[in-house]
Design a protein around this ligand. Sequence first.
Ligand code: XLS
Ligand code: NI
Ligand code: NI
Length: 437
Amino acid sequence: MAEAFPKIKTIRYEGADSRNPLSFKHYNPDELVEGKSMRDHLRFASCFWHTMRGRGGEIFGMPTAVRPWDDFQESVETSIRRIDVFFELLEKLQIDYYCFHDRDVAPEGRTLNESNKILDRITKVLAKAQKNSGKKLLWGTACLFQHPRFMHGAATSPNLDAFVYAAAQVKKALEVTHELGGEGYVFWGGREGYFTLLNTDMKRELDHLGAFMHMAVDYKKKIGFKGPFYIEPKPKEPTKHQYDSDAATCLNFLRQYDLLDHFKLNIETNHAQIAQHTMQHDLETAIASNALGSIDANMGDWQLGWDTDQFPTDLYITAHVMLCVLKMGGFKTGGLNFDAKVRRESFEPDDLFHAHIAGMDTFARGLKIAARIRQDGRIADFLRQRYASWESDLGKKIEQGKSSFEELEPIALKMGEVKTNRSGRQEYLESLFNEFI
Ligand code: XLS
Ligand code: NI
Ligand code: NI
Protein backbone atom coordinates (compact mmCIF):
# COMPACT_ATOMS: atom_id res chain seq x y z
CA MET A 1 0.00 0.00 0.00
CA ALA A 2 1.17 3.54 -0.73
CA GLU A 3 2.16 5.49 2.36
CA ALA A 4 -0.59 7.49 4.00
CA PHE A 5 1.86 10.15 5.15
CA PRO A 6 4.38 10.26 2.27
CA LYS A 7 5.73 13.68 3.23
CA ILE A 8 6.47 12.68 6.79
CA LYS A 9 9.63 10.75 7.58
CA THR A 10 10.44 9.09 10.90
CA ILE A 11 10.27 11.69 13.66
CA ARG A 12 13.71 12.07 15.24
CA TYR A 13 15.15 13.80 18.24
CA GLU A 14 16.71 17.08 17.15
CA GLY A 15 17.10 18.79 20.51
CA ALA A 16 15.44 21.77 22.13
CA ASP A 17 16.81 24.29 19.63
CA SER A 18 15.32 22.61 16.58
CA ARG A 19 12.73 24.63 14.70
CA ASN A 20 11.43 21.60 12.82
CA PRO A 21 7.87 21.00 14.04
CA LEU A 22 8.10 17.37 12.95
CA SER A 23 10.93 16.50 15.32
CA PHE A 24 11.24 15.65 18.98
CA LYS A 25 12.73 18.48 21.01
CA HIS A 26 12.91 16.46 24.22
CA TYR A 27 12.00 12.83 23.59
CA ASN A 28 15.26 11.08 22.85
CA PRO A 29 14.30 7.40 23.01
CA ASP A 30 17.71 5.98 23.89
CA GLU A 31 18.82 8.71 26.28
CA LEU A 32 19.28 7.37 29.80
CA VAL A 33 17.45 8.88 32.75
CA GLU A 34 18.20 7.32 36.14
CA GLY A 35 20.01 4.58 34.25
CA LYS A 36 17.09 3.56 32.02
CA SER A 37 16.23 4.67 28.49
CA MET A 38 13.43 7.18 28.02
CA ARG A 39 11.75 4.65 25.77
CA ASP A 40 11.61 2.11 28.62
CA HIS A 41 10.53 4.64 31.21
CA LEU A 42 7.68 6.05 29.16
CA ARG A 43 6.40 3.05 27.19
CA PHE A 44 4.25 5.19 24.91
CA ALA A 45 1.14 3.78 23.29
CA SER A 46 -1.29 5.22 20.77
CA CYS A 47 -4.94 4.21 20.91
CA PHE A 48 -6.75 2.93 17.86
CA TRP A 49 -10.10 4.47 18.75
CA HIS A 50 -9.17 8.15 18.79
CA THR A 51 -6.26 8.00 16.38
CA MET A 52 -7.92 5.93 13.65
CA ARG A 53 -11.63 6.19 14.34
CA GLY A 54 -11.95 9.74 15.65
CA ARG A 55 -13.58 12.03 13.11
CA GLY A 56 -14.14 15.22 15.05
CA GLY A 57 -17.91 14.99 15.06
CA GLU A 58 -19.94 16.23 18.03
CA ILE A 59 -23.59 16.99 18.75
CA PHE A 60 -23.39 20.45 17.22
CA GLY A 61 -21.27 19.66 14.23
CA MET A 62 -20.50 17.12 11.59
CA PRO A 63 -17.19 15.29 11.42
CA THR A 64 -14.34 17.48 10.18
CA ALA A 65 -11.40 15.09 10.03
CA VAL A 66 -9.75 14.63 6.64
CA ARG A 67 -8.52 11.04 6.39
CA PRO A 68 -7.79 10.29 2.73
CA TRP A 69 -7.23 6.59 3.39
CA ASP A 70 -10.63 6.09 5.02
CA ASP A 71 -14.06 5.74 3.36
CA PHE A 72 -15.59 5.61 6.86
CA GLN A 73 -17.34 2.33 6.08
CA GLU A 74 -17.71 -0.58 8.49
CA SER A 75 -16.00 -3.00 6.15
CA VAL A 76 -13.17 -5.47 6.54
CA GLU A 77 -11.23 -3.85 3.68
CA THR A 78 -11.36 -0.43 5.30
CA SER A 79 -10.43 -1.94 8.66
CA ILE A 80 -7.35 -3.51 7.14
CA ARG A 81 -6.36 -0.25 5.46
CA ARG A 82 -6.70 1.57 8.77
CA ILE A 83 -4.38 -0.92 10.43
CA ASP A 84 -1.75 -0.32 7.74
CA VAL A 85 -2.01 3.42 8.26
CA PHE A 86 -1.94 3.05 12.04
CA PHE A 87 1.27 1.02 11.99
CA GLU A 88 2.86 3.51 9.58
CA LEU A 89 2.03 6.20 12.11
CA LEU A 90 3.39 4.17 15.04
CA GLU A 91 6.62 3.55 13.18
CA LYS A 92 7.10 7.14 12.09
CA LEU A 93 6.40 8.36 15.61
CA GLN A 94 8.66 5.72 17.22
CA ILE A 95 5.76 4.61 19.44
CA ASP A 96 6.27 1.04 20.60
CA TYR A 97 2.79 0.11 21.85
CA TYR A 98 -0.87 0.41 20.94
CA CYS A 99 -4.28 -0.28 22.50
CA PHE A 100 -7.66 -1.11 20.99
CA HIS A 101 -11.28 -2.09 21.58
CA ASP A 102 -12.49 -5.11 19.64
CA ARG A 103 -14.98 -2.98 17.74
CA ASP A 104 -12.57 -0.22 16.73
CA VAL A 105 -10.37 -2.62 14.82
CA ALA A 106 -13.07 -4.87 13.38
CA PRO A 107 -16.65 -4.17 12.32
CA GLU A 108 -19.56 -6.00 13.94
CA GLY A 109 -21.23 -8.73 11.96
CA ARG A 110 -24.96 -9.52 11.90
CA THR A 111 -24.53 -12.05 14.69
CA LEU A 112 -22.04 -12.50 17.51
CA ASN A 113 -20.67 -15.51 15.70
CA GLU A 114 -20.05 -13.45 12.57
CA SER A 115 -18.47 -10.65 14.64
CA ASN A 116 -16.11 -13.19 16.18
CA LYS A 117 -15.12 -14.48 12.76
CA ILE A 118 -14.42 -10.98 11.47
CA LEU A 119 -12.38 -10.26 14.57
CA ASP A 120 -10.36 -13.43 13.96
CA ARG A 121 -9.53 -12.22 10.45
CA ILE A 122 -8.49 -8.81 11.73
CA THR A 123 -6.45 -10.39 14.54
CA LYS A 124 -4.34 -12.11 11.90
CA VAL A 125 -3.75 -8.78 10.19
CA LEU A 126 -2.76 -7.19 13.51
CA ALA A 127 -0.46 -10.10 14.34
CA LYS A 128 1.29 -9.70 11.01
CA ALA A 129 1.62 -5.94 11.43
CA GLN A 130 3.10 -6.47 14.90
CA LYS A 131 5.55 -9.01 13.58
CA ASN A 132 6.70 -6.80 10.71
CA SER A 133 7.11 -3.73 12.85
CA GLY A 134 8.06 -5.03 16.30
CA LYS A 135 5.20 -3.00 17.79
CA LYS A 136 3.40 -4.49 20.78
CA LEU A 137 -0.06 -4.51 22.26
CA LEU A 138 -0.10 -2.70 25.61
CA TRP A 139 -3.66 -3.77 26.30
CA GLY A 140 -6.86 -4.81 24.62
CA THR A 141 -10.45 -4.27 25.68
CA ALA A 142 -14.03 -4.86 24.60
CA CYS A 143 -16.44 -2.14 23.56
CA LEU A 144 -19.49 -2.75 25.76
CA PHE A 145 -21.05 0.68 25.41
CA GLN A 146 -21.69 1.64 21.78
CA HIS A 147 -24.33 -0.80 20.64
CA PRO A 148 -27.98 -0.24 21.71
CA ARG A 149 -28.02 -3.70 23.32
CA PHE A 150 -25.91 -2.19 26.09
CA MET A 151 -28.17 0.82 26.67
CA HIS A 152 -28.69 -0.17 30.33
CA GLY A 153 -25.13 -1.33 30.89
CA ALA A 154 -23.34 -4.59 30.21
CA ALA A 155 -22.23 -6.50 33.33
CA THR A 156 -24.56 -4.26 35.36
CA SER A 157 -27.52 -4.35 33.00
CA PRO A 158 -30.85 -5.25 34.58
CA ASN A 159 -31.31 -7.41 31.49
CA LEU A 160 -29.61 -10.79 31.87
CA ASP A 161 -29.35 -11.13 28.08
CA ALA A 162 -27.04 -8.12 27.95
CA PHE A 163 -24.86 -9.59 30.71
CA VAL A 164 -24.58 -12.88 28.84
CA TYR A 165 -23.72 -11.14 25.57
CA ALA A 166 -21.08 -9.01 27.33
CA ALA A 167 -19.54 -12.13 28.91
CA ALA A 168 -19.18 -13.75 25.51
CA GLN A 169 -17.72 -10.59 24.02
CA VAL A 170 -15.14 -10.20 26.80
CA LYS A 171 -14.23 -13.88 26.50
CA LYS A 172 -13.42 -13.32 22.84
CA ALA A 173 -11.60 -10.03 23.46
CA LEU A 174 -9.46 -11.79 26.08
CA GLU A 175 -8.57 -14.54 23.65
CA VAL A 176 -7.61 -12.03 20.99
CA THR A 177 -5.57 -9.93 23.44
CA HIS A 178 -3.78 -13.07 24.57
CA GLU A 179 -3.12 -14.17 21.00
CA LEU A 180 -1.57 -10.80 20.21
CA GLY A 181 0.69 -10.97 23.25
CA GLY A 182 -1.14 -8.12 24.99
CA GLU A 183 0.60 -7.09 28.20
CA GLY A 184 -2.65 -6.32 30.00
CA TYR A 185 -6.41 -6.12 29.59
CA VAL A 186 -8.61 -3.13 30.48
CA PHE A 187 -12.10 -2.94 31.89
CA TRP A 188 -13.47 0.53 31.51
CA GLY A 189 -17.05 0.51 32.75
CA GLY A 190 -18.57 2.14 29.68
CA ARG A 191 -22.19 2.12 30.84
CA GLU A 192 -21.73 0.40 34.18
CA GLY A 193 -23.55 2.99 36.25
CA TYR A 194 -26.93 4.68 36.37
CA PHE A 195 -28.95 7.76 35.49
CA THR A 196 -31.45 7.48 38.33
CA LEU A 197 -31.59 5.31 41.43
CA LEU A 198 -35.38 5.14 40.98
CA ASN A 199 -34.87 2.37 38.45
CA THR A 200 -31.64 0.93 39.82
CA ASP A 201 -30.85 -1.80 42.34
CA MET A 202 -27.32 -0.68 43.03
CA LYS A 203 -26.31 -3.53 45.32
CA ARG A 204 -27.54 -6.12 42.86
CA GLU A 205 -25.76 -4.46 39.94
CA LEU A 206 -22.49 -4.31 41.86
CA ASP A 207 -22.84 -7.98 42.82
CA HIS A 208 -23.30 -8.76 39.13
CA LEU A 209 -20.20 -6.77 38.25
CA GLY A 210 -18.27 -8.71 40.89
CA ALA A 211 -19.50 -12.01 39.46
CA PHE A 212 -18.57 -10.88 35.94
CA MET A 213 -15.03 -10.00 37.01
CA HIS A 214 -14.59 -13.35 38.75
CA MET A 215 -15.60 -15.13 35.56
CA ALA A 216 -13.06 -13.05 33.67
CA VAL A 217 -10.36 -14.02 36.19
CA ASP A 218 -11.27 -17.70 35.88
CA TYR A 219 -11.11 -17.52 32.12
CA LYS A 220 -7.81 -15.64 32.12
CA LYS A 221 -6.29 -18.45 34.18
CA LYS A 222 -7.79 -21.04 31.91
CA ILE A 223 -6.22 -19.63 28.75
CA GLY A 224 -2.95 -18.80 30.51
CA PHE A 225 -3.15 -15.05 30.04
CA LYS A 226 -0.48 -13.74 32.42
CA GLY A 227 -0.99 -10.00 32.09
CA PRO A 228 -2.87 -8.05 34.75
CA PHE A 229 -6.43 -6.85 34.44
CA TYR A 230 -6.87 -3.12 34.86
CA ILE A 231 -9.96 -1.23 35.92
CA GLU A 232 -10.11 2.30 34.54
CA PRO A 233 -11.92 4.69 36.89
CA LYS A 234 -14.21 7.44 35.57
CA PRO A 235 -16.89 9.29 37.55
CA LYS A 236 -19.45 10.03 34.84
CA GLU A 237 -19.99 9.99 31.07
CA PRO A 238 -21.80 8.33 29.52
CA THR A 239 -23.82 7.63 32.67
CA LYS A 240 -24.53 10.22 35.32
CA HIS A 241 -22.74 8.08 37.88
CA GLN A 242 -20.25 5.39 36.93
CA TYR A 243 -19.66 2.65 39.49
CA ASP A 244 -15.88 2.92 38.95
CA SER A 245 -15.90 6.60 39.93
CA ASP A 246 -12.32 7.05 41.04
CA ALA A 247 -9.29 5.08 42.21
CA ALA A 248 -10.51 4.76 45.80
CA THR A 249 -13.95 3.56 44.72
CA CYS A 250 -12.42 0.96 42.40
CA LEU A 251 -10.12 -0.29 45.14
CA ASN A 252 -13.05 -0.63 47.50
CA PHE A 253 -14.94 -2.62 44.88
CA LEU A 254 -11.96 -4.89 44.24
CA ARG A 255 -11.45 -5.51 47.97
CA GLN A 256 -15.12 -6.09 48.66
CA TYR A 257 -15.36 -8.71 45.93
CA ASP A 258 -11.95 -10.22 46.69
CA LEU A 259 -10.47 -9.34 43.31
CA LEU A 260 -7.49 -7.22 44.29
CA ASP A 261 -4.94 -9.94 43.53
CA HIS A 262 -5.92 -9.94 39.88
CA PHE A 263 -6.44 -6.27 39.16
CA LYS A 264 -4.53 -3.05 39.02
CA LEU A 265 -5.79 0.34 37.93
CA ASN A 266 -5.43 2.17 34.64
CA ILE A 267 -5.66 5.79 35.71
CA GLU A 268 -6.65 8.42 33.16
CA THR A 269 -5.76 12.06 33.83
CA ASN A 270 -8.97 13.53 32.48
CA HIS A 271 -11.08 11.06 34.46
CA ALA A 272 -9.29 11.95 37.70
CA GLN A 273 -9.93 15.60 36.90
CA ILE A 274 -13.65 15.23 36.29
CA ALA A 275 -13.81 13.29 39.58
CA GLN A 276 -12.57 16.58 41.12
CA HIS A 277 -9.18 15.10 41.88
CA THR A 278 -5.77 15.86 40.56
CA MET A 279 -4.13 13.09 38.56
CA GLN A 280 -1.50 12.94 41.28
CA HIS A 281 -4.20 12.23 43.87
CA ASP A 282 -5.55 9.21 42.01
CA LEU A 283 -2.04 7.94 41.26
CA GLU A 284 -1.03 8.20 44.93
CA THR A 285 -4.25 6.43 45.93
CA ALA A 286 -3.47 3.56 43.57
CA ILE A 287 0.21 3.38 44.54
CA ALA A 288 -0.69 3.22 48.24
CA SER A 289 -2.46 -0.08 47.51
CA ASN A 290 0.29 -1.27 45.17
CA ALA A 291 -2.30 -1.09 42.41
CA LEU A 292 -1.04 1.38 39.84
CA GLY A 293 -0.85 -0.58 36.62
CA SER A 294 -1.02 1.75 33.67
CA ILE A 295 -1.90 5.29 32.65
CA ASP A 296 -4.18 6.82 30.04
CA ALA A 297 -2.11 9.89 29.33
CA ASN A 298 -4.22 12.85 28.37
CA MET A 299 -5.61 15.93 30.08
CA GLY A 300 -8.87 17.81 30.42
CA ASP A 301 -9.73 21.47 30.55
CA TRP A 302 -10.41 22.80 34.04
CA GLN A 303 -13.06 25.19 32.68
CA LEU A 304 -15.05 22.35 31.15
CA GLY A 305 -16.62 19.57 33.16
CA TRP A 306 -16.32 16.74 30.71
CA ASP A 307 -13.87 14.29 29.23
CA THR A 308 -12.19 16.35 26.52
CA ASP A 309 -9.39 13.78 26.12
CA GLN A 310 -6.79 16.32 25.07
CA PHE A 311 -3.20 15.45 24.33
CA PRO A 312 -1.14 16.13 27.46
CA THR A 313 0.77 19.39 27.11
CA ASP A 314 0.88 20.50 30.73
CA LEU A 315 4.36 20.17 32.20
CA TYR A 316 3.17 20.28 35.79
CA ILE A 317 0.91 17.31 35.20
CA THR A 318 3.52 15.25 33.39
CA ALA A 319 6.18 16.07 35.99
CA HIS A 320 3.87 14.97 38.80
CA VAL A 321 2.87 11.83 36.91
CA MET A 322 6.48 10.88 36.29
CA LEU A 323 7.40 11.54 39.92
CA CYS A 324 4.74 8.99 40.86
CA VAL A 325 5.90 6.50 38.24
CA LEU A 326 9.55 6.80 39.31
CA LYS A 327 8.55 6.50 42.95
CA MET A 328 6.80 3.19 42.32
CA GLY A 329 9.85 1.90 40.48
CA GLY A 330 8.55 2.30 36.91
CA PHE A 331 5.94 0.54 34.81
CA LYS A 332 5.94 -3.23 34.63
CA THR A 333 3.26 -4.20 32.15
CA GLY A 334 1.72 -0.73 31.89
CA GLY A 335 2.67 2.36 29.97
CA LEU A 336 1.53 5.79 28.85
CA ASN A 337 -1.35 5.32 26.47
CA PHE A 338 -2.40 8.51 24.71
CA ASP A 339 -6.14 8.12 25.18
CA ALA A 340 -6.37 11.50 23.50
CA LYS A 341 -7.91 13.02 20.43
CA VAL A 342 -6.99 15.92 18.22
CA ARG A 343 -9.37 18.88 18.44
CA ARG A 344 -12.16 19.11 15.90
CA GLU A 345 -10.40 22.12 14.39
CA SER A 346 -7.14 20.14 14.04
CA PHE A 347 -8.60 18.21 11.15
CA GLU A 348 -5.62 17.51 8.91
CA PRO A 349 -3.77 14.18 8.91
CA ASP A 350 -0.55 15.91 9.97
CA ASP A 351 -2.25 16.98 13.20
CA LEU A 352 -2.10 13.35 14.33
CA PHE A 353 1.68 13.74 14.28
CA HIS A 354 1.78 17.17 15.90
CA ALA A 355 -0.49 15.91 18.68
CA HIS A 356 1.51 12.80 19.49
CA ILE A 357 4.80 14.71 19.28
CA ALA A 358 3.37 17.27 21.73
CA GLY A 359 2.36 14.55 24.17
CA MET A 360 5.64 12.67 23.87
CA ASP A 361 7.79 15.76 24.29
CA THR A 362 5.75 16.95 27.27
CA PHE A 363 6.16 13.57 28.95
CA ALA A 364 9.86 13.44 28.10
CA ARG A 365 10.28 16.78 29.85
CA GLY A 366 8.09 15.60 32.72
CA LEU A 367 10.40 12.62 33.14
CA LYS A 368 13.53 14.78 33.12
CA ILE A 369 11.98 17.27 35.54
CA ALA A 370 10.97 14.46 37.88
CA ALA A 371 14.45 12.93 37.76
CA ARG A 372 16.05 16.31 38.53
CA ILE A 373 13.71 16.85 41.48
CA ARG A 374 14.67 13.44 42.83
CA GLN A 375 18.35 14.04 42.31
CA ASP A 376 18.20 17.45 43.96
CA GLY A 377 16.54 15.87 46.99
CA ARG A 378 15.27 19.04 48.66
CA ILE A 379 11.61 18.12 48.37
CA ALA A 380 12.26 14.59 49.63
CA ASP A 381 14.32 16.02 52.53
CA PHE A 382 11.50 18.34 53.43
CA LEU A 383 9.08 15.45 53.50
CA ARG A 384 11.41 13.40 55.65
CA GLN A 385 11.85 16.25 58.09
CA ARG A 386 8.11 16.83 58.26
CA TYR A 387 7.54 13.34 59.63
CA ALA A 388 10.77 13.17 61.66
CA SER A 389 8.94 12.91 65.01
CA TRP A 390 7.63 9.52 63.89
CA GLU A 391 11.20 8.19 63.80
CA SER A 392 11.19 8.12 67.61
CA ASP A 393 10.71 4.86 69.50
CA LEU A 394 7.14 5.83 70.33
CA GLY A 395 6.37 6.75 66.71
CA LYS A 396 7.72 3.43 65.47
CA LYS A 397 5.74 1.56 68.10
CA ILE A 398 2.50 3.21 66.95
CA GLU A 399 3.29 2.57 63.29
CA GLN A 400 3.82 -1.09 64.09
CA GLY A 401 0.44 -1.23 65.78
CA LYS A 402 1.96 -1.95 69.18
CA SER A 403 0.70 1.02 71.18
CA SER A 404 -2.62 1.85 72.80
CA PHE A 405 -4.74 4.76 74.00
CA GLU A 406 -3.83 3.74 77.55
CA GLU A 407 -0.14 4.12 76.77
CA LEU A 408 -0.60 7.49 75.07
CA GLU A 409 -2.86 9.16 77.61
CA PRO A 410 -0.25 9.60 80.40
CA ILE A 411 2.27 10.86 77.81
CA ALA A 412 -0.23 13.50 76.62
CA LEU A 413 -1.06 14.51 80.19
CA LYS A 414 2.62 15.01 81.00
CA MET A 415 3.41 16.75 77.66
CA GLY A 416 0.97 19.61 78.21
CA GLU A 417 0.34 21.51 74.94
CA VAL A 418 1.55 20.34 71.52
CA LYS A 419 4.64 22.49 71.06
CA THR A 420 6.64 21.42 68.07
CA ASN A 421 4.47 22.13 65.02
CA ARG A 422 6.40 23.45 62.03
CA SER A 423 5.30 25.34 58.95
CA GLY A 424 3.98 23.29 56.03
CA ARG A 425 5.75 25.76 53.69
CA GLN A 426 3.39 25.17 50.78
CA GLU A 427 4.36 28.37 48.96
CA TYR A 428 8.06 27.64 49.39
CA LEU A 429 7.58 24.12 48.03
CA GLU A 430 5.53 25.27 45.05
CA SER A 431 8.21 27.77 44.19
CA LEU A 432 10.89 25.13 44.67
CA PHE A 433 9.00 22.84 42.28
CA ASN A 434 8.99 25.70 39.76
CA GLU A 435 12.80 25.76 39.80
CA PHE A 436 12.74 22.51 37.87
CA ILE A 437 10.09 23.36 35.28
C1 XLS B 1 -13.41 6.49 27.98
C2 XLS B 1 -12.29 5.63 28.31
C3 XLS B 1 -12.01 4.54 27.30
C4 XLS B 1 -11.09 3.51 27.86
C5 XLS B 1 -11.07 2.23 27.09
O1 XLS B 1 -13.64 7.52 28.58
O2 XLS B 1 -11.16 6.41 28.53
O3 XLS B 1 -11.52 5.09 26.13
O4 XLS B 1 -9.80 3.99 27.99
O5 XLS B 1 -12.31 1.64 27.02
NI1 NI C 1 -11.20 9.97 28.65
NI1 NI D 1 -9.22 5.81 28.80
